[in-house]
Write a protein that binds this ligand. Structure first.
Ligand SMILES: CSC[C@H]1O[C@H](OP(=O)(O)O)[C@H](O)[C@@H]1O
Length: 380
C-alpha cells in the first residue's frame, strides 16, 4: 500500500482557538464557538448572544458532534437565562435543533433543570441563571474527563484485541477535540495509541457529503503528527479486502437501550465490512450518548438533511450558483437522499467503549450495568 501520509509534526492542539468558551464582556455574556464550517481553511470564531443564534449554529454544523452539542446546548440555556430570555422556550428550541444526537437534549435538560430548581428554591432569577451556567460548566468538565478515560479504556482494548501494536485503524466522520470538552471519543483513542507509538496509521474516511473526515479529522490528525491517509468513503471496502485495516473506531450520536448505534451515515456499511473481514468494530462514546428511553435502533430518529448538501459542493474561492449556495455537481433540480446518520445493530458491534467501562459483547443488560456506574445517566 502506497505510504503517502502527512508529514509528522509535533503533537499540537487541533486548533489555536478553543472549540467553545463562555465569555462575559461588558456588553453581556456570550458563547464563543469555533466555526467548524470554515475549517480547515480558516479558524473563525462565532459569537452567540442568544439561543436562536446558537440554534442556527447547531443546525448548520458550525458547532457539531454529540458530546459538544450537549455542552453547547447547556451553555445555550444559561445564555438565555442570563440575558433574560424565556428559558423554557430557549431550551425547547435548542433540544429540537438536531434530533439524533441525544447528548444535545441531555445537556439542555440538565441546565434547564438546574435553572428551574434554583428558581423554585430562591425565586432569584440571577441565582437561577448562575445555576444553569454552573451545570453547563460541569458538563464541560465532565466531558473532558470522560474523554481521557475513554482514551485509556479504548487503547487497552486495542492492545488486547491486537497484540503487538502497530495498529492500522479506520475511522469515519470526526470524533476528536472538535466534538468534545477534551480530546474527543474515537479519535482520542487513536491519539493515545499514537502518543505511545502503537498507531501505525489512521485511515480517514472523507465522510460525504459534509466531509467531516477530510476537513476535520485530517486537520486534527495532521496537527497531532500521526501517520494518516485520507480515502473516499467508497474506497474503504478495498482497504478491508487488502487486509489493511486492523480495527474500526467510530463515535456515536445515540445508543439505544439494546445497544444499537446511530452514527454518521456510512457507519453501518463499515460494520458489515468489518464483520465480513473479521475486524473489530469499536464504538467509543460517553454514557451520556446512551439513551435508556430509546429501546432499539428502529426507535432512533435519523436526521434527514437538505438535498443540496449532496447535489452541491462549496468552495469559498469559487462563485456559487446553486440554490443551496454551492456549486452544483448534479443537474439542477436533482432530488437527493441525505440521511445524516445510519443505525448499526448491536450484533455487528464488537465493543462499546465508555468512560465507565467497556461493553462487549453488546447486550442491553451489559450496557445498562455499565451506564448504572455513572452518577447521571438519564436526561435530567
Ligand atoms: C462522537 S460525536 C461525533 C459524531 O457526530 C458526528 O455527526 P455530526 O458531524 O453530524 O455532528 C458523527 O456522527 C460523529 O460520529
Amino acid at each position: 500500500m502506497a505510504d503517502q501520509h502527512a508529514q509528522s509534526g509535533e503533537d499540537k492542539r487541533p486548533t489555536e482557538i478553543p472549540v467553545i468558551r463562555w465569555e462575559e464582556p461588558p456588553e453581556g455574556p456570550v458563547l464563543v464557538l469555533l466555526d467548524q464550517t470554515r475549517l480547515p481553511a480558516e479558524e473563525v470564531e462565532l459569537v452567540c448572544t442568544d439561543a436562536p443564534m446558537l440554534v442556527e449554529a447547531i443546525r448548520s454544523l458550525a458547532v457539531r458532534g454529540a458530546p459538544l452539542l450537549g455542552i453547547a446546548g447547556a451553555y445555550g440555556v444559561a445564555l438565555a437565562a442570563v440575558r433574560g430570555f424565556d428559558v423554557d422556550d430557549a431550551a425547547d428550541a435548542l433540544a429540537a435543533a438536531r434530533p439524533t444526537a441525544v447528548n444535545l437534549a441531555v445537556g439542555v435538560r440538565r441546565a434547564q433543570a438546574a435553572h428551574r430548581a434554583e428558581l423554585a428554591r430562591s425565586g432569584d432569577t440571577d441565582k437561577a441563571a448562575e445555576a444553569a451556567l454552573a451545570a453547563a460548566r460541569k458538563l464541560h468538565r465532565d466531558d473532558a474527563e470522560a474523554s481521557a478515560r475513554m482514551a485509556e479504556r479504548g487503547m487497552a482494548l486495542l492492545d488486547e484485541l491486537l497484540p503487538g501494536g502497530g495498529h492500522r485503524v479506520l475511522t469515519h466522520c470526526n470524533t476528536g477535540s472538535l466534538v468534545s470538552g477534551g480530546e474527543g471519543t474515537a479519535f482520542a483513542v487513536a491519539l493515545a495509541a499514537h502518543r505511545v507509538g502503537r498507531l501505525r496509521r489512521l485511515w480517514v474516511d472523507e465522510t460525504r457529503p459534509l466531509l467531516q473526515g477530510a476537513r476535520l479529522t485530517a486537520y486534527e490528525a495532521a496537527r497531532s503528527g500521526m501517520a494518516y491517509t485520507l480515502l473516499t468513503d467508497n474506497a474503504a471496502g478495498s482497504l478491508f479486502a487488502a487486509g489493511e485495516v486492523d480495527a474500526v473506531l467510530i463515535g456515536a450520536d445515540r445508543i439505544a437501550a439494546d445497544g444499537a448505534v446511530a452514527n454518521k451515515v456510512g457507519s453501518y456499511p463499515l460494520a458489515v465490512l468489518a464483520r465480513y473481514h473479521h475486524v473489530p468494530f469499536i464504538v467509543v462514546a460517553p454514557v451520556t450518548t446512551v439513551d435508556p428511553d430509546t429501546p432499539d435502533g428502529a426507535s432512533i430518529e435519523v436526521e434527514q438533511r437538505a438535498g443540496f448538501e449532496v447535489t452541491e459542493v462549496t468552495a469559498p474561492q469559487v462563485p456559487v450558483t446553486g440554490p443551496g449556495g454551492g456549486i452544483p455537481v448534479a443537474p439542477l433540480g436533482t432530488q437527493a437522499y441525505n440521511p445524516a446518520f445510519d443505525v448499526t445493530p448491536p450484533e455487528l458491534v464488537t465493543a462499546i467503549v465508555t468512560e465507565e467501562g467497556v461493553v462487549s459483547p453488546v447486550t442491553a443488560e451489559a450496557l445498562a450495568e455499565v451506564c448504572a456506574r455513572s452518577r447521571e445517566v438519564t436526561i435530567g
